[in-house]
Design a protein around this ligand. Structure first.
Ligand SMILES: C[S@@+](CC[C@H](N)C(=O)[O-])C[C@H]1O[C@@H](n2cnc3c(N)ncnc32)[C@H](O)[C@@H]1O
Length: 252
């Protein structure tokens, strides 16, 4: 049975709220520095940003010298926001609406970026479709870098990340396909959220190998603190980290 994505309507509805959540401190203290460290020097490198959302990382990598950069997302609303930013401040980034599960080959890239894509796979078959798209679009020797919901985190059912501006609730039993609900309170007292899906680390390992990608591994997040940031607060975050980096490469 072909993979039927479920996420596009969700992000069409929450595009503005999700963009606002990118202002939370964990995004720039943990998420972005981890991603940049994994991406390393992107100058002159071609980048495919799968599940680019509103293009936040496509833009950041273009500003760091990457090019050409292509962003793909399932949600037309997210792609429209990305295109609006490109119109406002042109960086030469192209965006397309597309499904990472059946994209086929759209180019041969030095780097594929996947920031919160794989956690939308509800089973190994869907994850394999994403991983095959990555492999099909990397040059030999090219690299995948990503950020993901962390399937290794030890936190129990009600992960309280209230101090960081959200909650993460994992359905039990925690087995492949278990739902992970992220909820973000809003200033007006309401909230918004979205679902990710838990797959065992061993499922990730075997699926990426099956897709022909080498050296898949999760990479612990690090916190890059500013002068005013509380080291104890952020040590606790990375200790029971809700998110993880990940890397793999196409054999050269
Ligand atoms: C949590 S957002 C992350 C956006 C961006 N990468 C970032 O880090 O801000 C997840 C994105 O994945 C997109 N997405 C979910 N399933 C997808 C699929 N099958 N193909 C392409 N994009 C998908 C959603 O539309 C949404 O924009």
């Amino acid at each position: 049975m072909p993979y039927r994505p479920t996420a596009h309507a969700e992000y069409d509805d929450i595009a503005a709220e999700y963009a606002a959540s990118k202002q939370l401190p964990f995004r720039w203290i943990v998420e972005a520095p981890t991603l940049f460290q994994l991406a390393d020097d992107v100058r002159g490198k071609s980048v495919l940003d799968l599940a680019c959302g509103e293009g936040i990382y496509a833009r950041k990598l273009a500003r760091r010298g990457a090019g050409p950069v292509l962003g793909i997302d399932l949600s037309a609303a997210m792609v429209e926001r990305a295109r609006a930013s490109e119109r406002e401040q042109p960086l030469g980034i192209a965006y397309r609406v597309g499904d990472a599960a059946d994209l086929g080959t759209v180019g041969a890239f030095d780097l594929v970026l996947a920031s919160y894509l794989f956690n939308y796979a509800q089973d190994a078959r869907q994850l394999l479709a994403f991983a095959r798209t990555v492999a099909a679009n990397l040059k030999p020797g090219g690299r995948l870098v990503g950020i993901n919901d962390n399937p290794r985190t030890a936190l129990g059912r009600f992960g309280s990340y209230a101090a960081y501006g959200f909650s993460r609730e994992v359905e039990r039993p925690q087995r492949d396909g278990a739902r992970i609900r992220y909820t973000f309170p809003l200033p007006d007292g309401s909230s918004f959220g979205f679902d990710n899906f838990w797959l065992a680390p061993a499922t990730y390992q075997s699926v990426f190998a099956e897709a022909g990608l080498a050296d898949f591994r999760f990479v612990d997040c690090t916190a890059k603190l500013g002068e005013d940031d509380d080291p104890v607060l952020w040590a606790a975050f990375v200790h029971d980290c809700p998110i993880t980096g990940l890397v793999a490469r196409r054999p050269g």
